[in-house]
Design a protein around this ligand. Sequence first.
Ligand code: COA
Length: 262
Amino acid sequence: MLSERGNQTAARGQVRPVCYRLCYQTRPPGRLVRVPPYGRSATIGRMPHPWPLFDLRIRTPRLELRAPTDDDLVALLDVARTGVHDPELMPFAFAWTDLRAPEFELSFLRFFWGTRASWAPAAWRLPLAVVHAGQPIGIQEVWATNFTTLRVVETGSWLGLRQQRQGLGTEMRAGVLHLAFEGLGATAALSGTLDGNEASRRVSEKLGYEPNGEDMVAPRGSPLINHRYLLRRENWQRGLYPVSLEHLDACLSMFGLPELRP
Ligand SMILES: CC(C)(COP(=O)(O)OP(=O)(O)OC[C@H]1O[C@@H](n2cnc3c(N)ncnc32)[C@H](O)[C@@H]1OP(=O)(O)O)[C@@H](O)C(=O)NCCC(=O)NCCS
């Protein structure tokens, strides 16, 4: 696997990670030419990815959260196509699940590519693929504007219908809150729940959020109340799930934060 770390193999007197072997083509015969797999693999052995967010990992007992590669996005499109919510209800402020092919697929991909292209320390949006038993099953997003000053993040998420009601929505939110509070030093996290979205409301309540007012949205043209929730750092339940962060140091500058010194 390209993500395997630490394995070494010897060829032509060289010692290099196994995954490097997978990234090389022989051209002409006998001469190794490196073929970057960027965009295809999340990690390149021990060599950091030039887009460091591709190396970032959040691990919870059952889940891995990672910046989605293009292959992950195609897998997530399949998940989204099979259904994310009851069609009678719209849980999103932008009704992206109402779109029809091919606009559904094009808009889905454009959104994720857009978050990469528009990334700036002053305004960033990090959608993370939620991976369970090796398969992408949904998205856990976190975003912020002027984070280095405000220290406030906001989150949003979805899971395929088949993966819902197994506690995974709560676990993935706990994972991204660990990134925000422990990894990035956030002081508060915001979330919104459209009227009638019991699952989203319960996830926020279970993790210690408190009601924080409401505003209105109209994803399908009729007004809907968006219940706002706020989790203050002091109410964050740090140990509720064991969470580990990997390769965050190399990403800190992308969030406008100083890199940690050993
Ligand atoms: C919101 C979402 C990510 C939650 O994920 P999940 O894995 O189903 O949630 P969990 O299994 O962790 O359940 C959390 C709580 O919600 C409750 N719940 C889950 N689905 C529910 C439903 N359809 N109706 C009522 N309660 C529900 C669970 O019972 C649990 O509460 P409890 O511990 O008091 O029993 C998922 O439901 C989803 O993707 N929904 C569609 C998209 C969406 O609404 N996104 C949020 C808005 S951006």
